[in-house]
Design a protein around this ligand. Structure first.
Ligand code: MLT
Length: 411
């Protein structure tokens, strides 16, 4: 008898974005003439930049020669990419990262979902609420929680409310937690943590002997140089934090797939007997067993984003999306909505009209304006009452969506 993993049955029936896709498909089927504008899932829309295309084309040519052909990639990544990351993402900001601390992967979604495997079953997880659902769902699947209560909270997880009152950046908890997931710039609220706030988090983690899992997938969207792009800009983080970064949003790689996770040697956990073990060795072991590396062609594409041309071209893409975010913020504000985010992140977090739920507003927005958002409740109970709009789309679509929202809902 093949017993299933019962923990999966604690999860909501569908993952958030496929559920939205299902509803949008049903709407489109019933309204074939509707010109639907998708500002739901944060999926990039601009084509790959020329520097990336050229590098990938050259890599394909190489692979077609006897001398240039390569089989399995090294599971932690090719040295040319590891060194580009160390130099351009870290050394340039005064941070020393060892080569063996960097693990190139096929996405931060996978890494942030898989990282929980290296922790014991009994660790107490802390997450912000609302939160990127992957952090919670993967811990539910692993059996670290009891079933969700009627509000949607899983027993065993420590939820830290991210609300208007705290600017969507919760303080470290007073209660015990062993592993805390942080995401800044934040998905879904678009909030960023200041240096002082991150200093408090690092101090808490060191004091509590906890590990921070810092998801910096949206670091390229930070506009203010005083706001840290990396948790390692905070002294002491190298002994308590794992960081994840991605080429998805900074270079349009959502369909190409390349990211990386950094685990410095000093970040440790304990065995049942209390002995210290470097988490880096566990993750290296996990990756070597379950992962065969990111393809050469893709790593060459990622590498090209660190070249002068690649940096300039991808920065232009980020600026394009940030102009969309600026328009969404301004347009929605003048239409009478309360909006947050969109300044250092490609996400706008808006209050739904009084008396509506976030799924209710999602449905109305689709029906009246033919615009797709993401209901805040999909990111956790504290997301109720909000809706997320993504800035990833063409200028014309963003302007058109705003116009329709103004017509349909403006005050
Ligand atoms: C989102 O819309 O929240 C993101 O696209 C999800 C992701 O990066 O996996």
């Amino acid at each position: 008898m093949a017993r299933i993993n019962d923990h999966y049955r604690k999860l909501a029936a569908g993952y958030l974005f496929p559920e939205i896709g299902r509803r949008v498909k049903a709407f489109a089927g019933a309204h074939p003439d509707a010109k639907i504008i998708r500002l739901g899932i944060g999926d990039v829309t601009l084509p790959l930049v020329p520097a990336v295309v050229d590098a990938m084309r050259r890599a394909v040519e190489e692979m077609g020669t006897a001398a240039g052909f390569r089989g399995y990639a090294p599971e932690q990544g090719y040295e040319f990419l590891l060194d580009a990351i160390r130099e351009h993402d870290y050394a340039s900001r005064g941070i020393a990262v060892e080569r063996d601390a960097v693990f190139v992967s096929d996405g931060s979604k996978q890494d942030s979902g898989n990282i929980q495997e290296i922790f014991g079953h009994e660790v107490r997880i802390a997450v912000t609420d609302p939160v990127y659902p992957v952090y919670v769902d993967t811990n539910v699947m692993a059996g670290r929680t009891s079933a969700a209560d009627e509000r949607g909270y899983y027993g065993g997880i420590l939820y830290l409310p991210a609300s208007e009152a705290n600017g969507f950046v919760p303080d470290p908890p007073a209660e015990r937690a062993d592993v805390a997931y942080l995401c800044f710039p934040n998905n879904p609220t678009g909030a960023v943590a200041t240096r002082e706030q991150l200093v408090r988090w690092v101090a808490w983690a060191r004091d509590a002997d906890a590990v921070l899992i810092y998801d910096a997938a949206y670091d390229a969207y930070i506009q203010d140089p005083a706001i840290p792009r990396s948790i390692y800009e905070v002294p002491g983080a190298e002994s308590c934090a794992i960081e994840m970064r991605s080429y998805s949003k900074r270079a349009g790689f959502t369909g190409v797939r390349c990211a990386y996770t950094v685990i410095p040697k000093g970040v440790t956990g304990t065995t049942a007997a209390g002995d210290r073990v470097a988490l880096q060795t566990l993750w290296a072991r996990r990756q070597a067993t379950k992962f065969n590396g990111v393809p050469y062609v893709i790593q060459r594409g990622a590498w090209a984003t660190h070249s002068p041309a690649g940096k300039k071209q991808t920065a232009e893409q980020v600026a394009f999306y940030m102009e969309n975010a600026r328009r969404l913020r301004g347009g929605l504000t003048s239409a009478g909505f309360h909006v947050f985010g969109g300044v250092h992140a490609p996400y706008i977090w808006m209050r739904v009209p009084a008396g509506m739920t976030s799924w209710g507003f999602f449905d109305e927005l689709l029906a009246k304006a033919n615009v797709v958002g993401t209901p805040g409740a999909g990111f956790g109970p504290a997301g109720e009452g909000y809706l997320r709009l993504s800035a990833f789309n063409s200028r014309a679509n963003v302007d058109e969506a705003l116009e329709r929202i103004r017509r349909g809902f403006g005050s």
